[in-house]
Design a protein around this ligand. Structure first.
Ligand code: KG4
Ligand code: ZN
Length: 355
């Protein structure tokens, strides 16, 4: 990306119309934002139902779904926003991290549109976008701690006047991945996060307790230990109750285990996040990524942060999961700071956050 003039070619609107495109994993999404705050549409087509039988996302199925849905989703986004292609001022697209095939669909589509319409293109980092999802329609704090908890990534970051410092990350599984793997061990469907969230409401979190994993990094995470602890607890339970591998686990056992697991993960996330906020003396914490949809995390982090006078920002549900509105929001922010992408922009599956 290089610096360029910040003016919009058309100058048709007081606030630019930005098209966001997101295809990093199993969702295909297009959104239209007027400026950074007005969300005119945010259409999401999920291929989740196609992956469920396999217990996880199948990359080939995800990219084929995006290829089929891209134009349909774009048409619907334009229609809902009541705008035409020629009205657009900027195109923002996720170029990483994610599945290479899926990313390519969005990036190629965005480049073709940008070229055909003669409007600028901006490549967006999916992880950075998750952390601005809560700011659509709100005044963004200058300094904050970011907690990113998605299916593929988990880290704590410190944001100060547009500069980002990664404070710590998971050394093994991501938080969402842990939810998905534990759900599988309990015989629950994919994705595990929403199911565990739901079942935990009727579970006794005190029945199974998990200890905080040993961590060298003050702001780092580790989730593979708890997954192994659940695996052994399930194995022991089966042995003691003479259940074979194919037998379903009793409902109350599953609910209690789900609640115990969720409560431990949420406890660790809250502890580390609030430690980081106090360490950096900030009064705002921003949560992003799929796990930010977790109701217990929202309840606990908000309650515990309030004791320190800290405000926690959670995106509303449709903005918590993968969506193009957050891509448009981040894209406009980058463009206004002088960034622009060339038509040589390509998919970067292992893209990192710029620090
Ligand atoms: O951000 P996201 O939509 O996709 C990635 O970029 O990875 O996150 C997906 C992850 C999945 O692992 C899913 O189980 C988890 O978010 N998730 C949840 C909840 N809803 C989705 N985890 C816990 N509680 C939820 N309610
Ligand atoms: Zn995501």
């Amino acid at each position: 990306m290089k610096s360029s003039q910040k003016k919009f070619r058309s100058q048709k609107h007081k606030q630019p119309l930005v098209l966001g495109i997101e295809t990093s994993c199993d969702e295909t999404s297009c959104a239209i934002l007027r400026g950074k705050d007005e969300m005119l549409s945010n259409i999401i087509s999920s291929s989740l139902f196609r992956h469920k039988p396999f217990g996880g996302v199948v990359p080939e199925i995800a990219s084929r779904h995006s290829l089929e849905q891209m134009q349909v989703v774009l048409d619907q986004a334009l229609q809902t926003a009541k705008v035409k292609l020629k009205d657009l001022d900027l195109i923002a697209v996720t170029y990483g991290p994610g599945l290479i095939g899926s990313l390519f669909v969005g990036v190629c589509f965005a480049k073709a549109l940008s070229y055909a319409l003669g409007i600028p293109l901006i490549g967006v980092n999916h992880l950075e976008a998750h952390l601005v999802a809560s700011f659509i329609g709100a005044k963004q704090p200058v300094n904050f701690i970011g907690l990113l908890v998605s299916g593929g990534h988990t880290h704590l970051s410190y944001h100060r006047k547009n500069r980002v410092q990664i404070l710590g990350a998971t050394v093994d599984d991501a938080a969402g991945e842990a939810f998905d793997k534990v759900a599988k061990l309990l015989g629950l469907e994919y994705p595990g996060g929403p199911v565990i969230d739901q079942l935990s409401r009727e579970g006794n979190a005190g029945r199974f307790k998990f200890t905080l994993p040993k961590q060298n990094q003050r702001f780092g995470f580790s989730f593979s230990g708890i997954k192994t602890a659940v695996l052994y607890a399930v194995k022991n339970f089966r042995k003691e109750n003479h259940l074979s591998v194919g037998d379903a686990l009793p409902g109350q056992f599953v609910r209690d285990m789900a609640a115990g697991f969720q409560s431990s993960v949420v406890d660790w996330l809250c502890m580390k996040t609030l430690d980081a906020a106090c360490h950096k003396k900030v009064k705002d914490v921003v949560v992003g990524g799929g796990v930010s949809a977790n109701s217990f995390l929202k309840q606990e982090l908000t309650r515990r942060a309030a004791e320190f006078g800290i405000k926690v920002w959670f995106p509303e549900r449709t903005l918590a999961l993968d969506n193009a509105a957050m891509i448009a929001r981040r894209g406009l922010e980058l463009y206004e700071s002088g960034k622009i992408s060339k038509l040589s922009l390509t998919a970067e599956p292992n893209l990192k956050i710029k620090t």
